[in-house]
Design a protein around this ligand. Structure first.
Ligand SMILES: [Zn+2]
Length: 198
């Protein structure tokens, strides 16, 4: 019978994406055995995240500065905005180092099943960025899932009234593929071969 403390931590960990109750309990035991090393490092890292990370008011990226390092970087192409579902997708694309523009994080995808409507996503702020001018291209980098593609179509329609090139990642992406899980070569290829939405 595990102690209350272990149960509390295990159930908190079990709520993390990709971690069920069984693996959560294994993580707890692993950490308990490493109280002075891994556990301390984890505590310190969690505190840093809590104290220092903020959401970028322009693009929704998570960083220690606001606007984030990407939005604040004058060397990045200001005329191109790449729209992604989540911050993890932004990071995956940026690791591939082929895209030099800026990003916009939707914070999810449209989903009838989960009740996610357009007003639940950062679409208004995207349209404001586009309407304020200076942007020539919007790259829709949604995941190759049904909901990701529904979201991309919706955005393409909303963006239609602006004088923009709207492109989409070439989906040599595996069907059902999520950007965050792709290797950098595949991502780079999808980005290089992006094509107009039509
Ligand atoms: Zn930003």
């Amino acid at each position: 019978m595990a102690s209350q403390e272990i149960e509390t931590l295990a159930s908190a960990l079990a709520r993390l994406p990709g971690l069920g109750p069984r693996s959560a309990r294994r993580v707890v035991l692993w950490l308990v055995k490493r109280r002075e090393t891994a556990l301390l490092q984890l505590l310190a890292a969690l505190e840093q995240v809590r104290d220092r990370l903020v959401e970028c008011r322009i693009c929704g990226n998570v960083d220690t500065q606001n606007p984030c390092g990407i939005c604040a970087d004058p060397r990045r192409d200001q005329t191109s905005v790449c729209v992604v579902e989540d911050v993890a997708d932004l990071w995956a694309l940026d690791r591939a180092k082929l895209y030099t523009g800026r990003y916009h994080v939707l914070g999810g995808k449209l989903s009838a099943m989960d009740g996610v409507r357009p007003e639940d996503l950062n679409i208004g702020s995207l349209l404001e960025r586009v309407a304020s001018g200076g942007i020539d291209e919007v790259v829709l980098a949604m995941n190759a899932t049904l909901e990701g593609q529904t979201t991309a179509h919706y955005l393409a329609e909303r963006l239609e009234e602006y004088p923009l090139r709207i492109t989409q990642l070439a989906h040599g992406l595996p069907v059902g593929g999520e950007l965050d899980y792709l290797d950098e070569g595949t991502l780079a290829q999808a980005l290089r071969a992006r094509r107009p939405v039509g």
